[in-house]
Design a protein around this ligand. Structure first.
Ligand SMILES: [Mg+2]
Length: 341
């Protein structure tokens, strides 16, 4: 089973009692629960495990604390919501480094403060091996302003809120012991160690009424756009030339031999927003992104043909389309055994 099949299996068991206050259960960035006639609670949880999500040898404790918060806040922003409360679960070996933990905690509390989140509880447990952290976040939005991934419309423009592939490239450079390169490549390292959630922009998009579907990019454009398309019953085509942030990826390829487009569409942990909107909204969306110092970029469009395709120029100069659905990051999929559907 891959990651998607595991989630589909749990959802298919159907043992969830129906509840008239549940608006959206499994299958989006957050669960949505009716709070009153006008408002909704947004609920989400994310876990970071040592050796899977982070390596303490090149991830400073303070930035890791910040990241635990940001990756969760990102899911609230992806539904157009505002984060409010957090519950933190900490699993650490009995011989944990207290100085390390103090810095990590400062990262957690500083990030909570900056995103306007109140840490209201949690759990602390002994871990037999390695560190692991889970954060549950509770946010809110107006019921009619929640943006789902399942409502993209035919002909919509597909947007991303910022550069793609930077975190994956930064991680790969760090794993290969090239962290001292710094300088111009520092934004790649920072994107892996300390990503910023686009939550204010997401809430603003929700309020704007301009966009049709949205989610955040955690597993790479190839997989996340496929999720959005499948949920919406549509397909999409995007243009490799239009993917933002490629010049810095090209610089990274001077140190690691790799196709920069691979990082951009298959690398995880971008934590940028992926959203769709009518082409008529383009100038308004560009202006809105500018208010948040973001360079939102239209990269493709929603199509009737199912699946996700990437258009790029082949070596002979001709434009070709290749299927790329679900070829991004998956915790349970062996590399090289992607289904490509
Ligand atoms: Mg998400």
């Amino acid at each position: 089973m891959n990651e998607r099949e595991i989630i589909e299996h749990i959802a298919s068991l159907g043992r969830l009692e129906s509840n008239s206050d549940l608006v959206k259960g499994i299958g989006d960035d957050c669960a949505v629960v009716r709070r009153d006639d006008q408002r909704a609670w947004l609920l989400t949880l994310d876990t970071l495990i040592e050796s899977v999500h982070f390596d303490c040898s090149f991830h400073p404790a303070y930035k890791l604390g910040r990241k635990v918060v940001s990756v969760n806040v990102s899911d609230i922003g992806a539904m157009g919501g505002t984060p409010l409360f957090a519950l933190l679960s900490v699993g650490m070996p009995p011989d944990f480094d207290q100085e390390w933990f103090c810095q990590f905690s400062s990262g957690i509390t500083d990030a909570c403060y900056e995103y306007g989140v109140l840490l209201i509880g949690g759990d602390t447990v002994k871990s037999p091996q390695g560190l692991n952290f889970s954060l549950t976040l509770i946010g809110e939005a107006r019921l009619d302003e929640v943006i789902y991934r399942s409502t993209a419309q035919l002909g919509d423009t597909v947007w991303v809120s910022g550069p793609l592939g930077w975190a994956a490239a930064g991680l790969e450079l760090l794993q290969q012991g090239k962290g001292e390169l710094g300088g111009e490549l520092e934004p790649l390292f920072e994107k892996h160690r300390n990503p910023r959630a686009r939550v204010s922009f997401g809430a603003s998009l929700g309020r704007s009424g301009l966009i049709h579907a949205m989610m955040d990019l955690s597993d790479g454009l190839a997989t996340d756009l496929a999720h959005l398309c499948k949920a919406s019953g549509v397909g999409a085509v995007f243009d490799a030339e239009l993917l933002p942030g490629k010049s810095l990826l090209c610089q990274a390829t001077q140190h690691i031999k790799k196709d920069p487009v691979d990082w951009a569409i298959r690398g995880g942990e971008d934590f940028e927003l992926l959203f769709t909107a009518s082409s008529e909204s383009e100038s308004q969306l560009l202006a809105m992104a500018q208010e948040f110092d973001l360079r939102a970029t239209p990269v493709g469009r929603i199509t009737q043909d199912l699946g996700v395709r990437m258009r790029r120029r082949a070596a002979n100069g001709r434009l070709v389309e290749e299927p790329v659905s679900y070829t991004g990051f998956d915790h349970f999929q062996e590399p090289g055994k992607r289904d490509g559907k």
